[in-house]
Design a protein around this ligand. Structure first.
Ligand code: PRP
Ligand code: MN
Ligand code: MG
Length: 183
């Protein structure tokens, strides 16, 4: 698995540092609110697990599963709900947790849907932001770090459902996905 990685972009230590600092900010900003963290599966699962433990105020969590990429490297533009939330959003200050904000199509869809369920407030936290690729009019309120337009994997981010369990984030070697892109 490590052999498919061209270079490491963020080490385990660097990721922990980024997550701690976002957690601190959220803990301060939401101390008088009713925080509900909503993790967008599957990519955000690792970030969510670390981020919730970096938050020092009471909070609730829920999960939602959508997919727009399928097994390819490019977005299909089609967002599909695979699992919806369990919690009724009324009275909650929602924080949608994503691993990466790319075209913004996934979040655009999710935000519109969640907004219609009348939460008290709704904000977005993403570990990675790729602003160069944005097509939807979406901005995150909390951004871990901006990333270049490379195909990155690890720490929850996949290619064809693999590499999510890498503890670091790296750039995938082009030859790993080249074959599919030629088709
Ligand atoms: C990835 C990523 C974000 C979304 C970002 O999810 O985890 O959710 O794409 O892309 P966008 O801004 O262009 O919409 P994916 O659909 O691959 O599902 P996954 O989280 O299960 O990997
Ligand atoms: Mn995702
Ligand atoms: Mg994916």
């Amino acid at each position: 698995m490590r052999n498919d990685i061209q270079s490491v972009l963020f080490s385990e230590e660097k990721l922990a540092e980024i997550v701690q600092s976002i957690g601190k900010r959220i803990s301060e900003d939401y101390k008088d609110k009713n925080l509900l963290m909503v993790s967008v599966l599957k990519g955000s699962v690792v970030f969510m697990a670390d981020l919730m433990r970096a938050i020092t105020i009471p909070c609730s969590i829920d999960f939602m599963s959508v997919s727009s990429y399928g097994s390819g490297t490019k977005t299909s533009g089609v967002v599909k709900i695979i699992k919806d939330l369990d919690i009724n959003l009324e009275g909650y200050d929602l924080l949608v947790v994503e691993d990466i904000l790319d075209s913004g199509l996934t979040l655009h869809y999710i935000l519109e849907l969640l907004q219609s369920r009348s939460p008290r407030s709704i904000k977005v936290c993403t570990l990675f932001d790729k602003p160069d690729r944005r097509t939807a009019d979406i901005k995150a309120d909390y951004v871990g770090t901006v990333v270049p337009d490379e195909f990155i994997v690890g720490y929850g981010l996949d290619y064809a459902e693999k590499y999510r369990n890498l503890p670091f984030v790296g750039i995938l070697k082009p030859e790993v996905y080249q074959k599919e892109m030629e088709n």
